[in-house]
Ligand binder design. Sequence first.
Ligand code: ADP
Length: 488
Amino acid sequence: MTVLPVKRRLTLWLSLIRTRLTLWLMVILAVGMLAFVLTTLLAAQTILRNLNEERLRQSVTSLSDALAQEPEANVSLVRNQLDAFSTPDIYLQYQSPQGTPIASSKNMGRLILPLSQIQSAIATDRVAAITFENSPFLLYGRSVLVRGQVRGYVIAARLTSDSEEQILLFRLMYTGVFVTLILTALLVWLLVRQMLRPLERLADSASRITIASDHALRLQAGERPDEINRLAQTINGTLNSLEDAYQQVQNVNELQRRFLADVSHELRTPLTIMLSSLELMKKEQGSDPEFQANALENIQIEAERMARLVTRLLMLARTDASAPFAREPLLIADVIREAYHQDCPANRNIRMECHGLEALEDAVVSGNADYLKQVLLIILENACKYTPDGGKVTILGEMRADHLAITIADTGIGIDQTEVPRIFERFYRAPNARDLPGMGLGLSIARGIIEQHNGTISVESTPGRGSRFIIALPLLNAEHATFTHTLG
Ligand code: ADP
């Protein structure tokens, strides 16, 4: 993945978001504004029409009342009254009951209002909307009654087409909406760009991390507690966890690599000894029986060592598997005795002692004798291995309140306090032990087995003076009680 495609893709992605956001905002705004303008115009038109109707009614009513009170008024007097009640946009006409104009307001010219077409509206006192002379009009008429007789009709008319001011207002509104939309679009675009800038920076540093493949790099999160910074902090948190997981995988890989090297080494040493013993035996051709016996003895020791190693590897695989091994009631003193008899290797000058077995003589635990013996052998083998010649290894059995304790103490190299929590980890070996052979498997196997017996294993140690490994196991009759004893 090169710098360019990643960056280009991010830039494209961000400009797509920008355009989409702007378009969506604009669509919403345009719909909102149009709805507002249309409703306003509709409301304005209705109000105007009602107003105009009212004015027509008022003019006609006042005029017809005035004419009814002066039935003998001459034409010029009537015309004066019509002029008095008309306005530039309201035409007034007084017609005979047959529809012949008697007098008209000055602004009418020669126009004759169609009385016949509004007769029904007059009867029901409505304002009629009628088109005549090719123009739309609002017409309102009323009879002039003198002593119960219709003397004539007063008719008022008004053009309903929009006035110039109205048209101007509509034009202004539409232009205003259009200009506002354009300006808002520009503003929204700039605003969205400004808002997306931190996201752009975030995407930029994310792409730099991808390109550099550097797991230690982090996104630049600002101080402000906004969404983007919170997002950056969350991503950084995820990156931290990912790095931890990656580090753990790396550690496991390293441990496994070392484990393979150690296993090969551990297997090669006895194999080399066995092969060279066989080679020498072949050369000797049975001439020296004592040599033969020694060589066979060596081969047996090495074969047993290999067998032990393979057993341990198998055991590790089994303690890893979730299926628990078979357990039965057993006398723990017998198991300790068997392990004690294995002793330290013959070529080592180490004294081994065992005390307190009589206290455990009747102690019964629910367990697997083979596995428990392996645990004791692992710890005893370590005690011998990490104790210089002339040292001492002691096994001590004790009965405590609801459990028994087996302590294996040595006078060896000891373990640094900082290393103690780690020695039960698989493949881990303390620095002071690395010159001696070993794979760092024994204690993790031992702990796995003891935990499956509902017991605990702990260690106390002083570097240069020795270590004490303490195994605590619940007694069979107390196993179902809570096992909370703390060793020390
Ligand atoms: P190994 O002995 O094969 O290295 P273990 O799992 O048995 O592996 O032991 C893990 C580590 O614990 C050893 O490498 C050593 O550092 C430390 N350790 C165990 N037993 C003793 C002991 N008796 N004295 C000092 N260090 C010990």
